[in-house]
Design a protein around this ligand. Structure first.
Ligand SMILES: Nc1ncnc2c1ncn2[C@@H]1O[C@H](COP(=O)(O)OP(=O)(O)OP(=O)(O)O)[C@@H](O)[C@H]1O
Ligand SMILES: [Mg+2]
Length: 138
């Protein structure tokens, strides 16, 4: 007996983070320090993405760029389809960041009109609301 199970084609998940050829150089009196060199990555909606690397690999630099706290030297990055350099004001209400050793860049709850400050708001539902909000902005 053959069994054929067909699933309705799912919509392709959208990329909420898109990074292309990203480069960041820090300049000081001592010279140049290349923190990021040609970084490419995509993170799709609903995906849990771990960014791992040794000390000094550039993880914090990348997060700072994606959260619009730092500009890249070259390359492109977008969050929910918005360019982090040219459309930072549209990116900021859509994101939250909490760093282990630094102050959070944004208040996770309440920075988006769709995210209530209720403690019962789950991260997932808040993220979805932010994506819906991003789609409306476009
Ligand atoms: N503001 C800055 N000025 C000069 N150099 C910097 C600056 N910020 C980061 N760097 C350099 O950029 C490189 C990447 O640093 P970054 O802090 O992004 O790495 P990291 O992967 O987060 O490291 P860690 O695991 O220690 O947190 C390092 O060589 C670091 O010295
Ligand atoms: Mg770090």
């Amino acid at each position: 007996m053959n069994v054929l199970i067909a699933f309705a084609p799912q919509e392709e998940p959208v990329a909420v983070v898109e990074v292309s050829e990203l480069r960041r150089v820090f300049k000081s009196k001592k010279g140049e320090s290349v923190a990021l060199e040609r970084v490419d990555l995509d993170v799709k909606e609903g995906e849990i993405f771990g960014l791992l690397g040794p000390n000094g690999a550039g993880k914090t630099t990348l997060i700072r760029i994606l959260t619009t706290l730092l500009l890249p030297t070259s390359g492109k990055a977008a969050v929910c389809g918005f360019d982090i350099a040219k459309e930072a004001q549209k990116v900021r209400p859509l994101i939250g960041v909490a760093s282990g050793s630094e102050r959070p860049g944004y208040d996770f709850k309440g920075s988006s009109p769709r995210c209530s400050s209720s403690t019962s708001t789950s991260t997932r539902s808040c993220t979805c609301s932010r994506l819906d909000f991003a789609r409306e902005l476009r």
